[in-house]
Design a protein around this ligand. Structure first.
Ligand code: ATP
Ligand code: SF4
Ligand code: MG
Length: 316
C-alpha cells in the first residue's frame, strides 16, 4: 500500500489579484520504505509540492484541486490542529538550511528533548537517553556532551544530522528532504546521503528526496519524478530513467550531467519559464529540439512505456 499519494494536485499563487498556476495535475505515490526523488531545475515546483504535503504553504498559495492521501486520509481536509499532530512527527522535513528548523538560542539537547517530550510523552533521564541514542544513530561523536552545545557550535553537516535525529526521535514515517545537502561540501554531502540511505534501509522509512542534482538522485532514489515548469514530465524507476530517458527534457538534463558524459557536456539552452508565462501546449516546447506542430497547441497526456510514464507527444 502507498503510505502517501498525491492525486491531481493543482496549485496557484495569487499576486495582485491574479492567479498564477505553479503546479499542474501532480500525481505521485510513495510506498513504505521507498525513496522517491523530485528532480528538476530551479523554480519547477519541487518545494511547493513538498510544502503542500506538509501544509506549510505561503498565505497566497491556493490548492485549487486534488488530494494528498496519507495512509488513505486526505490531508487537505485536516484542520491546522490535526496537521500539527502529524507534522514534524509522522511527516518530517529536512530542509536545505537546517538553521531554519533549529533555534539558535537553545541548546541542541533542549531542542531534541522538547521534540521527544512532545511526541513520545517521555520526560527526564529517559528522554535524555533517547536524545543520546538518536544522536549516536546519526553519528554525532560524544553525543551526551554535545547535548549542551548550541547550533552555532555545530558544522552545517552536523546541524543537518541533528534535524535527521529529530525525525528519528519522532519515529517519522515519511521524511521529506528538500535539497538536504546543497549547502554542504561534497564529502559531507556524501555522508549525509549515506545516512539517509541507512535510515531508509534499517527503519523502512519512506523518503521524498528533492534535488536538482541528477547524480545524487541516480545514487539514492528508487523512483524519480522529473518536474518542469510545474508539471511532472517523466516518472519512472531511477535506473530506467537513466538507462532509457524518454522525455526530451530528461535527455537534456542527462546530457548536461558531467559524470554521465565523458565526451561532451551540453548545457540546456534557454531558461525555464516563470509561473507567469502561460502555455497552451507543452511548456518545454520553446527549448525542445524535437518539437512538432501539435506541441504548441496542446499539453501532452501521459503515455506509459514499460515502467515509465512520460508526458510528451513523441510517444503518442
Ligand atoms: N509565495 C509565492 N508566491 C508566488 N510565487 C511563488 C511563491 N512561492 C513559490 N512561487 C513560485 O512557484 C514556483 C515553484 O517554486 P519552488 O520553490 O517550488 O521551486 P523549486 O523547484 O523548489 O526550485 P529551487 O530548486 O530553486 O528550490 C516558482 O516559479 C516560484 O517562483
Ligand atoms: S511534447 Fe513536443 S515540445 Fe514537449 S517535450 Fe515532447 S516533443 Fe518536445
Ligand atoms: Mg526548492
Amino acid at each position: 500500500m502507498n503510505i502517501l499519494e498525491i492525486k491531481n494536485l493543482n496549485l496557484s499563487f495569487s499576486s495582485n489579484g491574479q492567479l498564477f498556476q505553479a503546479l499542474y495535475d501532480i500525481n505521485l505515490s510513495l510506498k513504505r520504505g521507498e525513496m522517491l526523488a523530485l528532480v528538476g531545475e530551479s523554480g519547477c515546483g519541487k518545494t511547493v509540492t513538498a510544502m503542500s504535503i506538509l501544509r506549510l504553504l505561503a498565505p497566497n498559495a491556493r490548492i485549487t484541486s486534488g488530494e494528498i492521501l496519507y495512509k488513505g486520509q486526505n490531508l487537505l481536509n485536516y484542520t491546522e490542529k490535526q496537521m500539527q499532530t502529524i507534522r514534524g512527527r509522522e511527516l518530517a522535513l529536512v530542509p536545505q538550511d537546517p538553521m531554519t528548523s533549529l533555534n539558535p538560542l537553545y541548546t541542541i539537547g533542549s531542542q531534541l528533548l522538547e521534540v521527544i517530550e512532545l511526541h513520545q510523552k517521555i520526560k527526564g533521564k529517559e528522554a535524555e537517553n533517547i536524545a543520546v541514542d538518536v544522536l549516536n544513530q546519526v553519528k554525532i561523536p560524544n553525543a551526551r556532551e554535545r547535548l549542551k552545545s548550541y547550533p552555532h557550535e555545530f558544522s552545517g553537516g552536523m546541524r543537518q544530522r541533528v534535524i535527521i535525529a529529530m525525525a528519528l526521535a519522532c519515529k517519522s514515517e515519511v521524511i521529506i528532504a528538500d535539497e538536504p545537502t546543497t549547502a554542504l561540501d561534497v564529502t559531507v554531502q556524501a555522508q549525509i546521503m549515506e545516512l539517509l540511505k541507512e535510515i531508509q534501509k534499517d527503519l523502512n522509512t519512506s523518503f521524498i528526496f528533492i534535488s536538482h542534482d541528477f547524480g545524487l538522485v541516480y545514487e539514492a532514489a528508487d523512483n524519480a519524478a522529473v518536474m518542469y515548469a510545474g508539471h511532472i514530465v517523466e516518472y519512472s524507476a531511477t535506473d530506467e530513467l537513466f538507462k532509457n530517458p524518454r522525455h526530451p527534457y530528461t535527455k537534456a538534463l542527462l546530457k548536461a550531467l558531467p559524470d554521465f558524459n565523458s565526451v561532451k557536456l551540453e548545457p540546456i539552452e534557454g531558461q525555464p519559464p516563470s509561473i507567469k508565462d502561460y502555455f497552451k501546449g507543452c511548456s518545454f516546447e520553446p527549448r525542445c529540439d524535437k518539437r512538432m506542430d501539435i506541441c504548441s497547441q496542446k499539453n501532452p497526456e501521459f503515455y506509459t512505456l514499460g515502467n515509465s510514464k512520460v508526458s510528451c507527444w513523441l510517444y503518442k
